[in-house]
Ligand binder design. Structure first.
Ligand code: SF4
Ligand code: SF4
Length: 194
């Protein structure tokens, strides 16, 4: 499958297909597959897509999103930069409230540590940055809304979601149960991504 990595195209298509993506989000939650099976399918697809996308040519997440920082992230970064935690926090971070939780994020976007399209603190970057785009975490069906919101920002999310739509909605739907064995063994995904 041909991947789309042009950021303006992804932004345009992500917005254009918002309704379709929302419909698929609901459909995916209703599929007769276990959470583990869906997670494995998403992981297989996402891994195959990630291998074909060069994040150093993109860095869109570092420009458009706000990673959250844990206390451990803050300590590690302050130490790396030779600053006290208080000085680091005052200079780079701000507190926000989200879903009744207090979170620490960078004060500015793009991220102040993005230099020449690369992370200048790569070895010390926050955990949230390390695990982005979070597609391989457990319980994808419970986080699909979050993924759909990232479709017009991240080429990995966009192409993973498009592949899932193509493989599941267009091929499996007519005979969902009959295809279960194929789906579970990932043969279909391997064939799509190969
Ligand atoms: S810390 Fe690094 S990886 Fe995280 S947003 Fe900033 S530049 Fe990107
Ligand atoms: S994770 Fe997504 S948005 Fe971030 S650099 Fe890689 S492809 Fe781009």
């Amino acid at each position: 499958m041909k991947l789309i990595t042009h950021l303006k195209t992804i932004k345009r298509l992500g917005r254009l297909r918002k309704e379709e993506n929302d419909d698929f989000r609901i459909y995916l939650r209703e599929l007769p597959f276990s959470i583990k099976t869906i997670d494995q399918a998403v992981k297989t697809t996402s891994d195959a897509v990630s291998k074909r996308i060069d994040c150093t040519l993109c860095a869109n997440c570092c420009r458009k999103l706000n990673p959250t920082l844990t206390v451990t992230d803050t300590r590690r970064l302050a130490r790396h930069l030779g600053m006290t935690v208080n000085a680091f926090t005052a200079r780079y971070l701000k507190k926000i409230q989200q879903d009744k939780k207090k979170l620490l994020i960078f004060q500015k976007r793009p991220c102040p540590f993005l230099k020449n399209n690369c992370c200048s603190i790569y070895e010390f970057r926050p955990h949230d940055c390390r695990s982005y785009p979070h597609l391989t975490r457990r319980g994808f069906v419970f986080r699909i809304r979050q993924a759909v919101e990232m479709v017009d920002v991240c080429p990995i999310v966009f192409n993973t979601y498009e592949t899932l739509k193509n493989t599941l909605a267009r091929r499996i739907r007519p005979a969902a149960f009959a295809c279960f064995a194929i789906f579970s063994s990932h043969v279909l995904f391997s064939a799509m991504m190969g």
